[in-house]
Write a new protein. Structure first.
Length: 162
């Protein structure tokens, strides 16, 4: 398998319009037969401090998963759709691809922001600790200097006495 194209967004925000345009290009390549599958490899945000890489197949869509996940059976009832079922799917499936792509982009950016927030928090704590330690070191040096001067004064006074 060859990787036909890569998109590595750097920072910024996930914009729905950008996701829709990218999804449209990917769907065109898929429908023309230029690509067999479209996968999105992105960071999945589990929590503010936990991120995991995730590979998700964007195309072809897994309709079983879209219907409700594993173990879910779609009801096989004959409904009359207005517009037709094909028209509904034609409108809904592209939106599903766009939504899944936008979700991957948004989660990746949220993960990046979370990692930056944690890094900045840790840097702030380290600076505070460093500032406290430097203050203690300066105070100790000043105290040692004062003690030395007092000892010199007392030593000089003792020498004059005697």
């Amino acid at each position: 398998r060859a990787i036909a194209d890569q998109l590595v967004p750097l920072g910024g925000q996930a914009e729905p319009a950008e996701a829709a345009a990218l999804a449209q290009r990917l769907m065109e390549r898929f429908l023309s037969g230029e690509t067999d599958e479209v996968w999105v490899i992105a960071t999945h945000m589990v929590s503010l401090i936990q991120y995991t890489p995730r590979a998700t197949r964007l195309l072809p869509l897994d309709l079983g998963q879209a219907a409700g996940g594993e173990g879910h059976r779609a009801a096989r009832l004959n409904y009359i759709h207005e517009p037709s079922a094909a028209e509904v799917l034609g409108a809904v499936l592209p939106r599903t691809v766009e939504s899944n792509l936008y979700l991957a982009l948004a989660e990746s950016i949220a993960s990046e922001h979370g990692a930056r927030r944690i890094a900045m928090h840790n840097a702030t704590e380290n600076c505070s600790e460093l500032g406290t330690q430097l203050t203690l070191d300066i105070n100790k040096a000043r105290q040692a200097s004062i003690t030395k001067e007092l000892l010199e004064i007392v030593g000089g006074a003792e020498a004059l006495k005697g």
